[in-house]
Design a protein around this ligand. Sequence first.
Ligand SMILES: NC(=O)c1ccc[n+]([C@@H]2O[C@H](COP(=O)([O-])OP(=O)(O)OC[C@H]3O[C@@H](n4cnc5c(N)ncnc54)[C@H](O)[C@@H]3O)[C@@H](O)[C@H]2O)c1
Length: 246
Amino acid sequence: MGAELGGKVAIVTGAASGIGRATAQALVAAGAKVALFDRVDTAETAEGFESGNTAAFRVDVTDEASVIAGVAAVEERFGGIDILAHLAGIFEYAPLLETSLEDFNRILNINVSGTFLIVRETVRAMRRLGRGGRIITTSSELAQLGREGHAAYCASKSAAAAMARCWAREFGPDILVNAIAPGPVDTPLLGWKATPDDLKASELAGNPLGRIGQPQEIAAVIRFLVGPGGSYITGQTIGANGGAAM
Ligand SMILES: NC(=O)c1ccc[n+]([C@@H]2O[C@H](COP(=O)([O-])OP(=O)(O)OC[C@H]3O[C@@H](n4cnc5c(N)ncnc54)[C@H](O)[C@@H]3O)[C@@H](O)[C@H]2O)c1
């Protein structure tokens, strides 16, 4: 593959699964060195990569000490950080009348505070290196559409897009920050294979492409945004959702 990201170092969070794993693979294919961050083992993600292109780190994005240590370990291993693709997140059903404050806060903690922590430490590292950077946070089509039983998730994904806009203003022109907003993508998070057919049909009712997305289709958009083609794009929320939200 080409080397459009040759010489670049990327952190991909959520790299053990789904869109994070596909993004790590896409960035390595584009020539980047990729640090695989996840709270679970990323060994399977790293399989098949030439040695030296990736390094796996067990990082929980909600744990400040873990994030600080992980970012420092990447700087030590690869010499600095140019790109962050932050995919780590959770998707949970939490209907208002049946959701405890603890459960509500847990969803926000992973999806919002985790984003705050990993972006803060990455920006600090980017400033130490002094050659700018690209950051992707992860929103969702559901932040735009809403979904019953998912207020905490939708709030957290609206926050991911709003924070990207704030940080795009705060760190331009050196660091470009955008949010990706996927539609339904075939990963363990969605539980699509376990979802009843009637729910699948209703999910796809407003989707002109009439199908679920693949993780590689989101990874390709992230690869574009962090590469040469994304040089004039910042503060945006980029939908990749089969047209489910417009
Ligand atoms: N799959 C979809 O349909 C869809 C749609 C819209 C948005 N998204 C978003 O895309 C992102 C990736 O989703 P996916 O479908 O690949 O999910 P996934 O469940 O396949 O992967 C998520 C990964 O994040 C990791 N993770 C969770 N909490 C973590 C933490 N505290 N610290 C470190 N790692 C943690 C998990 O271990 C897992 O490997 C998520 O933010 C999700 O909300 C997914």
